[in-house]
Each structure stands twice: as C-alpha cells, then as structure tokens.
Design a protein around this ligand. Sequence first.
Ligand code: PRX
Length: 633
Amino acid sequence: MTTQIKDLNHYKEIYAQSVKDPEGFWKKEAESFIWFEPFDKVCEWSFKGPDVKWFLNGKTNITYNCIDRHLIDRADQVAILWEPNESDREAKSITYQELHDEVCRCANGLKSLGVQKGDRVVFYMPMVPELAIGVLACARIGAVHSVVFAGFSAQALADRVDDAEAKIIICSDYNKRGAKNIAVKDVVDEAMNIGCNSVTNVLVHKNTGEKVDWSDDVDLWWHDVVDNQGSMCKAEEMDSEDMLFILYTSGSTGKPKGVVHTVGGYMLYTCFSFRNVFQYKEGDIYWCTADIGWITGHSYIVYGPLLAGATTMMFEGVPTYPDAGRFWEICEKHKVNQFYTAPTAIRALMSKGDEWPEKYDLSSIKVLGTVGEPINEEAWHWYDQKIGKGKAPIVDTWWQTETGGIMITPLPGITDTKPTYASYPMPGIQPVLVDAEGNVLEGNDIEGLLCIKHPWPSMLRTTYGDHDRCKNVYFSAFEDMYFTGDGARKDAEGRIRVIGRVDDVINVSGHRMGTAEVENAINEHPNVVESAVVGYPHDIKGQGIYAYVISQDKDLDDDFKKEILEVVKKEIGPIAKPDKIQFTSGLPKTRSGKIMRRILRKIASNDTSNLGDTSTLLNPDVVDDLIKGAEAV
Ligand code: PRX
C-alpha cells in the first residue's frame, strides 16, 4: 500500500522529500502496486507539448489493483455498499469477491459485443452499482469509459458521444432521484436520433422495470448480455500511459472538452491521496456523496477507495428525500466514518434547520470533507459544529477534473484547519501563485493566480482529439506551469485559500459551467439576438446564473423567459438554467466589440457602487439602463 502519513513531522518530511526528489518519491509509492511488467523510468515530461509520461513502459491493470489484489485478504469484505433512493428499500452490499465476479461478467459481456481495448464506452446512468461495475469492466478490458452525468440533456449527451466516437452507450431504463422518476432511456433514444452515429449498441440496465421504447437493431438488455457470462476475465495488460477514461468538463470557450486520464499515474495518485486525505483505517465505512458522472465520483467513490481496499458507499438519491435528514440518517445507519460532500449540499441542509442532524447519532464520523467550490465560513462552522460536533476535522479539498486527484487540503488530525482554507499541498504537489505576467509571487500574505510547477502522476495528459486545446488552455498562459484557472491567496502562515475562477467558468452548486456554453444555448432561441451570462453570489448554490438577453420581435415577458429556460434545458440540461434573466437593448462593449463582463458581473451582484472605468465603452449609456433594468429582475 502507498504511504499513510502519520503526523505533522511525517508530512513535513515526505513533502520535503517529494519536492527534492519527485522521481525517487513517486517511484517508491508506485512500487506498492502490482505491475505485470515493471516501469523502467518514473517520469518524462515537458509542459511545452505538453508531453507528460509517468511510469514508462510499466504494464498493469487498474482493476487488478482495485479488486484481484484484495481477494487474498479481503474477499468477503464489503467493497461497495449501496444505499437506494427510497429509505425503506434495502441497502445492498457487494463484497470484493462479488465485485470481481460482476466486473468480469460485465467485461465478458462487453467483449461479446465486440468492445476492444481502446474503444470508448459512454455511460448515462443513475447511481446504481452497475455503473461502478460497468466502469470497472471497461478498465478490465482496456476500453475507455466516459461517464456523462445523467442530468445532461439528449443534445449534451450526443455531443459527448460524438466527440468520443463511442461504440456503446450503457444506460438504465429509469432513474429514481428523490420523488422524480426520470426516463433515462428516452433521453438516450433522443440522443441516438440527433447523432451518435458511431454507436453500435445501447446496453440497458433494468432499474425500475417500467416500459421503454425498444429498437431491436441496437438495444440490448444488460441482463441478457451480462448475467450468463463467466465470472473470470483476464485483466488486459495496459501500458501505464494507456487511456483509462475521458471525462468531459466545461471551459471558458467552446464545447466541453474531454479530459484524458491514463492508467498508471491516476492509479497511484488516487490511492495515495485517498488514504491520506481521509486517513482511512481498516474497517472504516467511507461515503462520498458525489455522482460518478463527475471526477469526484471517479476518483473518490470508485478508484481511490477500491485501490485502498476500502468499503465505499454509493448513494442513489438526493440529500432532501424523503426529508432533509436523509444524509444524517444514512450516516447513523451505516456508521459512516468519513463523509465527503459539497458546500452546496451543506448550505442547503443548513437552511433546513439544526433539528435534522440532531435527530441522528453522528458519533461515528471521524473526518468531514468538502469539495467542488469555495466553502463560506458560515457553512464551514455549521458543518464543523452540527455534523462533526467540533471533533471531526474538515478537509476542504481543492482539485479539478484535470488534476485527477486532491491537490491542496488539510490532512485530518495531522495539519491544522482554518475555515475556508484548502491550506496545504499534498506531497508531490508544488503550487505557486503568480501575477498576471507569470512572475512567481514569493512569500506569504499574497494573492495571485494558482499554478502548479511540477507534473504530478494524475494530471491530465490531453484533451481528447484536440491536443492543442490542452496546450492553449492549461500550458500557454504561463511558461512551464500548469494554469488552474483559479485565483488564490496565501495567508500569513502560507495556507492557501482558493477564491474561485478567474476565467469565464462559473461554479453553480459545485457544477462547473462555461458561460459561453450557456450563452450558446440561449442563442439557440430564434428570437434571441445576443446574450451574455455571468455568475452572481447565490446563498445556496454558491453562484447563480444571470443571463442578459437582447431580443427582437418578441414580447419581453415571463413566457419568453420560460421559453429560454426550455431551450437551455434542451441544449445542456436543467443544471444550466439561468436563475435570472434580464432583457436589455444592449450590452456594454469595448470599442473592439468585446463584452465587458466585469460590469455585467457587478450589476448582477447588485454591487454597482464602483463600476470602474466605463469611459472606454462604445455605449456607456447602456450601463445605466442595465442597472435600472436589474432592479426589476
Ligand atoms: O474553481 C475550483 C473549484 O472547482 C473547480 C474544478 O471543478 P471540477 O473540475 O468540476 O472539479 C470539481 C471537483 C474536484 C476548481 O477550478 N473548486 C474545487 N474544489 C474547491 C474549489 N474551489 C474552492 N475550494 C475548493 N475546495
């Protein structure tokens, strides 16, 4: 197993070592895995390409390390504990042995459909065990999985399937989420009508068993393909740098990009970070409430915990169903030891009152985690006091889809914690703050743009099908550094606080969204001439979506707003629907025609006392109109 840090001195010691001799440090950690053939070099890298390789020529399979390796000593230990949407339905336990057999069956099933190493398989599924099994089955045979969050629209799904040129889509019939029953297969059918020409089969897992439309040419039931397969399937020998998965995420321009992670480095880093950030101990029950459709679910529901031989919980439902006590009820019921969620969920549950957590025994909780967006002080303290009872350290973990694993975080019981601060870099991670020109800001008590200096094993390798985009977005802003897109500050003692995005990416309920993407969706409405989208502070969601819309030939009324929301829902999904829409006759533009978003952000945030210099605007008058108009929104 990878090293588990014991105390502060140990952290300091191995951090220093990881900076002084990164290759030596990671070599030792990597040797704790099973390699079919050993690697002959630890790392080869240049951020110019970028061209980054870890554990060169090493051969392994991540599922062998997630599952087979544990069969000697933990075959009967629960690997995945599944809690259904309805609190009166029974939880399911899948042991490591059962997981092995299920993954192999599914892998053999995929093979029978002609899926081969390197083929892409898209998942569009609720949080059922078959999603984790399917993902691992892909990794077993070297197919590249790409999980699309099941809240995305048919159009968004088709865009991702087309970009990945996926061979198979795996979905379920329906998705029970809270009180809703979502017709998942219908969305896939619609996506298949819009695009998805590369798809040969849709594999449908029977979840609720309700009726679905069926196309005999492409649709197959999971149980027909998988259930009768053998429970042994050799783990494909994968090169350390073979692709493991693609995960689409939003950027400041264009369509979502497919972030590519590879086998060896991702395997090492998710295991190492999981064991340290959550201080997982033998027998603990670990629960991350994320969806496997996001990177948090990949790294810290599936791969990290299984690599570490943990018991990882998967929850099908939502925090407020059947009531706002659901999370806490589950924590009590399964005696959860590590609990990892997003600030949005904390804020939403905090707003429902203290009586909900007070009903349950939360004394099993040893570590609390948060991820996905900055956590505000009030939420931090509520989490600390009402859930952790002041005894469970909060790990405010900063990282990104692109980083593959947690980068900056306190270590519970080892380093100190400070509200709203992600605090300290993980071993092997070298964050720096730079100014707009890329000069590294030395010392403490500084604010700047967050970059990472040296490669780390689980960093993205490329953006699928468009390596230049990877270079331009992450490695071109500053020389020889990975640029995160985030702004950050360091306090007087050097703890890091990540403030938020400095690009046109917004973070709504912990979901990352490009403003350009939402604008493109709004512009699909035939009566919209132009739109501009910005984020504004939102009590629960962190950021809300504020859309300025210019239109012609249309009554600017609530019906029109509803139509716009429908278009956004259709193009991206309900998560991208603007919270506020303001109709306007113009947008503040520079003489070169660029929208001055700074002004729009201030107006949307009701912070118009100091709008800065507006004299360079082509149309300064529009600013007053926008301010007046905002009052009525
Ligand atoms: O702005 C940062 C914010 O979420 C972004 C990454 O989003 P995504 O790729 O969807 O991954 C989310 C889960 C890892 C970052 O650029 N972010 C994430 N964690 C934190 C955070 N902002 C502040 N504090 C955090 N702990």
